[in-house]
Ligand binder design. Structure first.
Ligand SMILES: [Zn+2]
Length: 144
């Protein structure tokens, strides 16, 4: 594991974001990849205890997504980090971006029924507000 990864992942915000992605991907995988062999994630993030006792149980494909997402999150160049959905730096490669968007769309609303109500709802509201703010801003730029 890179030292820089461990250092970046010591940030509580980075850990919380990554944990949310882990929860969401677990919900998505359980719903969408029912036939697949699913095992507890093995990743640098898991080694660092990012997911606490709730290590996501996922298939090979979803594990790949999470390993990728951990790296992207840890090395996000933006400070403060915006919501990925409103960010203008497309640091995800297109296929992964599409995959993650699917996960968010599927697991976001369902997270309420899986005991992740607080984080799930907070994420939905915050990202909706961020989108609204971004929209308002670009509208203002248009007019200005
Ligand atoms: Zn899966």
């Amino acid at each position: 594991m890179q030292d820089r990864f461990a250092e970046k992942m010591s940030d509580p915000k980075a850990r919380a974001d990554t944990r949310l992605l882990g929860d969401f991907t677990g919900i998505y995988c359980r719903g969408k990849h029912r036939g697949a062999v699913r095992t507890p994630l093995a990743s640098d993030g898991v080694v660092l205890g990012v997911y606490g006792r709730r290590v996501p149980v996922v298939c090979e494909e979803c594990a790949e997504l999470l390993v990728y997402a951990e790296q992207r999150r840890a090395f996000c160049p933006k400070d403060p980090k915006p919501f990925c959905s409103t960010c203008d730096t497309h640091c995800y490669k297109p296929a992964m971006r599409e995959y993650m968007r699917d996960v968010m769309r599927y697991a976001g609303p369902r997270s309420m029924f899986h005991g992740y109500a607080v984080q799930g709802v907070r994420h939905l509201i915050e990202s909706r507000n961020a989108r609204k703010a971004a929209g308002a801003q670009s509208a203002a730029e248009h007019e200005g």
